[in-house]
Write a protein that binds this ligand. Structure first.
Ligand SMILES: [Zn+2]
Length: 297
């Protein structure tokens, strides 16, 4: 088995095959965005709540109280902010979160936001057998459709963890897009073993994710922690450069990470700063992926 060889002993076919399993293909970058906008802004919220603890096989009451905070405090703060500014966003909801808080999931759709796939219980795709991953991804879509009333067209894999089979499953499900990979700043097509899939990637990055700056190891003395002002500054620079380039600004946040009194202002000030530029289009990930696919130059 080639797998048992050391990496420096692999044949070219082995290392090249690994790299090319899933790859960024042609760019889908429109000359202008909807209504002639210079820049597109895609805000997203991963509604993990209690599933981060459950996924690890845990039953920590404390960890799940923080998950419940996401539902009781985080989501309402985010929803009122989006409503005040009349901005659509994408909510990636693990099926178990939707089953725990069905009214919340329904409210996302009712207020004009996108509800999209984020795994069953925030499982790690790369450790699952292919048939199990396929079953969970399909059941997640069915569960979200049943609760929200809308069939999801996109997926963000939990923890952006991509297995060797994920893209194949996504393609077989006929989804429009994925938003879990990092090969670009603009929308592009994903290739599977070098073959076009028609799936649009709306790329993410840890740089544009609140969790990496604010999460901590509960039982370590060290608290790696970026001040909210610094997080705002990073997000602002990411947006301003996207605006200058006429590209896409995509952001990932979590209700149980950013929905706090001392942090929610980051999103508010960011929205105000973006709103000051008149030629920006706020769309859901599904709207932006569809627009990019239809209008690429
Ligand atoms: Zn998540």
């Amino acid at each position: 088995m080639t797998d048992e060889k050391n990496p420096w002993e692999w044949s070219e076919a082995e290392w090249r095959g690994r790299v090319e399993r899933v790859r960024a293909g042609r760019s889908y970058r429109p000359a202008t965005w909807k209504n002639g906008a210079r820049c597109a802004v895609a805000l997203s919220f991963d509604v993990d709540h209690d599933t981060n603890e459950l996924r690890d096989g845990g039953k920590s009451i404390g960890a799940m109280s923080r998950g419940q905070y996401g539902n009781r405090q985080g989501v309402p703060r985010i929803m009122s902010l989006l409503k005040r500014h009349n901005i659509p966003a994408s909510f990636y909801v693990p099926a178990v979160s939707a089953l725990l808080y069905p009214d919340e999931t329904r409210s996302f759709a009712a207020e004009g936001h996108e509800v999209a796939i984020h795994g069953w219980i925030h499982e790690r795709n790369s450790v699952l057998p292919e048939d199990v991953e396929r079953d969970l991804q399909m059941r997640s879509a069915d569960t979200l459709e049943k609760i929200s009333g809308v069939r999801p067209v996109g997926i963000r894999t939990p923890s952006w963890d991509f297995s060797q089979s994920t893209l194949e499953i996504t393609r077989d499900m006929g989804l429009l897009y994925d938003s879990s990979l990092m090969a670009d700043v603009d929308c592009h097509e994903l290739l599977l073993d070098g073959v076009e899939t028609g799936i649009i990637e709306l790329p993410v990055e840890w740089i544009r994710d609140d969790a990496v700056y604010f999460n901590m190891a509960r039982f370590a003395a060290l608290r790696p922690y970026t001040p909210p002002e610094a997080v705002f500054d990073i997000f602002r620079r990411e947006f301003e450069a996207a605006y200058e380039e006429g590209g896409l600004f995509q952001l990932t946040m979590h209700p149980h990470v950013s929905g706090y009194r001392s942090r929610i202002w980051i999103l508010e000030q960011l929205i105000e700063l973006i709103r000051d530029r008149k030629d920006v289009w706020f769309g859901t990930h599904a709207e932006i992926a569809a627009y990019a696919k239809a209008n690429a130059v």
